[in-house]
Design a protein around this ligand. Structure first.
Ligand code: DQA
Length: 148
């Protein structure tokens, strides 16, 4: 099982960025958490972070036929990007959406998730742990999908 974990804009600044909302741990700590969970679960993982919408679209497109599933935190593009939604729909890979903060309790402009419309599940407000939850959910989902 091979998964792709995508993080959108400004998540490279975790730790520095609004620590009261996103916590004090940095992006490197998030990478370590994801890699540790995947190691424990026997999953092969690649992490990708970009501040550019088109680069994220390109990465999703290149996942077709290479990865079994995607975990994605599109960050601010969650609320604006039809292009990321369309890319997720195009590749038809099971995708799980993650948000570190509980976006449902934040500003009104964060109440729409375009990417979420193409995802089988969303975790929000669990901090970094949401990524672990998403990875485990995706593993269970892919396990069921591949049953005879
Ligand atoms: C976020 C929530 C988004 O609204 C915000 O733009 C982010 C991070 C989260 O992980 O909580 O950059 O996706």
């Amino acid at each position: 099982m091979k998964i792709l974990v995508i993080n959108g804009p400004n998540l490279n600044l975790l730790g520095l960025r609004e620590p009261d909302i996103y916590g004090k741990q940095d992006y490197k700590a998030l990478v370590e958490l994801v890699e540790n969970v995947c190691r424990e679960e026997g999953i092969s993982v690649e992490l990708f972070q970009s501040n550019h919408e088109g680069a994220i679209v390109d990465k999703i497109q290149s996942a077709y036929g290479v990865f079994d599933g995607i975990v994605i935190n599109p960050a601010a593009y969650t609320h604006t990007s039809v292009a990321i939604l369309d890319a997720l729909k195009a590749v038809t890979l099971p995708a799980v959406e993650v948000h570190i903060s509980d976006v449902s309790r934040r500003e009104s402009f964060r109440q729409v998730s375009y990417a979420g419309m193409a995802c089988i599940k969303t975790y929000m407000g669990h901090g970094f742990e949401g990524y672990a939850m998403a990875i485990r959910y995706l593993k269970a989902y892919l396990g069921k999908e591949n049953q005879p």
